[in-house]
Design a protein around this ligand. Structure first.
Ligand code: ATP
Ligand code: MG
Length: 475
């Protein structure tokens, strides 16, 4: 694991003395030139470890900023003379590694090496926690309002046994949240059993859920426990529940009400105590309303509903997510990539992310494989241009167009106020857009929502408001 180190020294002689020692360490080293603003520049850089001499440190409360850095970095301070008061103050601010400049180069190297090894352990543990294995609710830190609200509700219900329905577009983190809810619950010592209700033919899904006895059907040569039994004392995660066939929905409802299952081909009823979490990217409420999903089951599983916002709706979280995933892939792919250019970040912030966090992760991984520098640029990102938003003004075709810019405006537009005109144009746009999209998907709402990159529920809302009926587009 390569540790990123940022270093600065107030005197060139100090730097020349220490550089040979640094060079024998396996680290990614950046040395900043010293000036009066060195402290501000240091903490603006992100690093795992800072190495400085005491003259680079400020005397005042600006020191506190160090403790707030998201990477929780370490700092090593080289000193010339013992200054107990200064050391005390530094320790109070989270800086607790000091190396005496009078030590021999061998001892300095040894001290540095031991601090770096400790940091490597810290990073691997952090990495293991950040990657998919064991997410916790506290890993979902976010600057977005919708996410903060969702997490506040999640925290309140995590310890109860109520069923929770997780909604949201593909790739927003429904499964990750389900795992975090389990890991933070009182059932965390028990099993977490996930089953994809959309991926299996009906009879197989039934035996996966409830198990079967020997001889229950051709091929059932041994008895088999189902997911409910396996999840006893833990959590069962019914993923893609919107795809569950109606007939099985009836059986599932019975199990949820009675907390007992009967294996296929079995007589005996077995008690199961499993907390139920379910997820879907369908608009389950609308489907329950129009008979495509059982209403009673919908009510049963949606005691609490958590709708994860799309990445577009929490675009402010992109920089932090990118930073974390660059770090994860730096270690996983062993590529010395440490950041991205401002243009690349701009592009990520102006992209509509139809595949949400999953797409972002893939984009970063691909970019890190393609990247030839230490910094990812826009070309490395290779994002589909049709999902890039706010690009109109930069489109050369539009800029060189000979049409007057107001050719799309209605007659007499000069006499309508800006807000009125905007509302009118947007309403026209909505009608044109949703009519075309329903038309090209032949009235299939799921497909149309996917194409538009919005939730089915939002599309149903739009259609209701605009008076569009899916039947009219089925040809
Ligand atoms: N807050 C987050 N921070 C970091 N990574 C995340 C976060 N949320 C989701 N991910 C990652 O994004 C990817 C997609 O998440 P997940 O599989 O949970 O999505 P999903 O909503 O279940 O998608 P689908 O509907 O397609 O099944 C996973 O690799 C997951 O680890
Ligand atoms: Mg999923």
């Amino acid at each position: 694991m390569l540790i990123k180190v940022i270093s600065a020294f107030s005197e060139p002689s100090l730097q020349s003395k220490l550089l040979p020692i640094f060079n024998s360490l396996d680290i990614h080293l950046i040395i900043l030139d010293y000036d009066g603003l060195i402290w501000e520049r240091l903490i603006r850089e992100s690093a795992d470890l800072y190495i400085v001499d005491r003259n680079c440190l400020p005397q005042d409360e600006r020191l506190e900023a160090f403790q707030q850095l998201p990477e929780q970095p370490d700092m090593i301070v080289f000193y010339d003379e013992d200054e107990p008061q200064l050391h005390g103050n530094l320790m109070g601010n989270g800086i607790d590694s000091f190396i005496d400049l009078h030590l021999s180069p061998e001892l300095i190297l040894e001290s540095l090496q031991s601090i770096i090894t400790k940091r490597e352990h810290f990073e691997s543990e952090r990495l293991a926690r950040m990657s998919i294995q064991e997410p916790r609710l506290s890993d979902f830190v976010s600057d977005s309002h919708s996410m903060k609200n969702l997490l506040a509700v999640a925290e309140r219900v995590v310890d109860s046994d109520v069923s929770i329905l997780l909604l949201g577009e593909t790739g927003v983190g429904k499964e990750r949240l389900a795992r975090a809810l389990h890991n933070d619950s009182q059932r965390s010592q028990g099993p977490f059993v996930a089953i994809n209700c959309g991926g299996l033919p009906e009879n197989l899904l039934e035996s996966e859920l409830f198990g079967h006895e020997r001889g229950a059907f051709t091929g059932a040569i041994r008895e088999r426990k189902g997911c409910f039994e396996l999840a006893h004392k833990g959590t069962i995660f019914l993923d893609e529940i919107g795809d569950m066939p109606l007939h099985l929905q009836v059986k599932l409802l019975r199990v949820l009400q009675e907390k007992k299952i009967k294996r296929l081909g079995g007589e005996q009823e077995l008690e199961v105590d499993a907390r139920v979490l379910a997820a879907t990217n369908h608009d389950l409420e609308a489907e329950a309303d129009n008979g495509e999903f059982r209403k009673d089951l919908y009510y049963r599983i949606s005691v609490i509903t958590l709708t994860l916002p799309s990445l577009r709706e929490r675009i402010e979280d992109v920089p932090e997510l990118v930073k974390n995933y660059i770090k994860i892939f730096r270690y996983r792919l062993n590529r010395p990539v440490y950041g991205l250019t401002n243009d690349a970040l701009d592009l990520l912030l102006n992209y509509s992310w139809p595949g949400n966090i999953r797409e972002l992760i893939n984009a970063i991984e691909r970019a890190m494989l393609l990247c030839v520098n230490e910094t990812i640029n826009t070309d490395d990102l290779a994002l589909k241009s049709d999902h890039v938003m706010n690009k109109i003004s930069e489109d050369p075709q539009i800029l060189s167009s000979t049409e007057p810019p107001n050719s799309d405006l209605p007659d007499q537009w000069e006499h309508i106020s800006y807000h009125e005109l905007k509302t009118q144009l947007l309403a026209d746009f909505d009608v044109r857009y949703f009519t075309s999209i329903l038309d090209s998907c032949r009235g299939r709402v799921g497909a149309a929502a996917k194409m538009a990159g919005i939730q089915e529920r939002s599309l149903f809302d739009k259609m209701r408001k605009l008076g569009l009926k899916k039947e009219d587009y089925r040809n």
